[in-house]
Design a protein around this ligand. Structure first.
Ligand SMILES: [Zn+2]
Ligand SMILES: [Zn+2]
Length: 179
């Protein structure tokens, strides 16, 4: 799913059309497991515009999901129902494996826990890999980092589109020529 936003500063001539794409960015971890990237919107100093960036899951969020789906728990409740990151993980495991067992899901969440423990870099811009990216919820107006104006944002449609899947390393670097 994607949305298109028109961003405009009320003081300078800054204008940007911003496409947000969800479900197109994955980490390729060393064991060849593909893990969806939790997406944030932010201002990248290097790109000098609004970008999609990584949002790093907290250890507490990962532990809580492991607890929720752990042995002896009735994970069926909310298994497909709720939205958000964990649902997108289940969807991507299902698409790549054609089936999804509880064991496979727990293994994937454990791999995410291992990745998070060893991840060193702060969140990166998914376009240019800069770490100079500041999280911004673009649904409401925000100060333009390049002037004293405010950038307002209009979402003008959502579309289901076909897009290129992009793969990133565990440290958030784009892997070139990923299939
Ligand atoms: Zn401005
Ligand atoms: Zn950037």
């Amino acid at each position: 799913m994607s949305s298109i936003y028109e961003l405009q500063c009320n003081e300078c001539d800054f204008k940007q059309s911003f496409w947000s794409l969800y479900g197109a960015h994955f980490y390729r971890l060393t064991n060849d497991l593909e893990i969806p990237i939790l997406i944030d919107t932010g201002w990248c100093d290097q790109c000098n515009k609004v970008v999609m960036a990584e949002k790093l899951l907290s250890t507490a969020e990962i532990e809580s999901e492991l607890e929720r789906c752990g042995v002896g728990k009735k994970y069926a409740l909310g298994w497909w129902g709720e939205n958000g990151y964990w649902r997108s993980l289940r969807m991507s495991l299902l698409w790549s494996n054609k089936s999804l067992s509880r064991e496979a899901y727990i293994l994937a969440v454990q791999s995410i826990r291992e990745w998070r423990k060893t991840r060193r870099c702060p969140p990166k811009c998914l376009s240019c890999s800069s770490v100079h990216v500041q999280s911004i919820p673009i649904e409401s107006a925000f100060p333009h980092p390049r002037c004293s104006g405010l950038i307002s944002c209009t979402e003008f449609f959502m579309a289901s589109t076909v897009w290129d899947i992009k793969q990133y390393s565990a440290e958030g670097e784009l892997i070139a020529n990923a299939e």
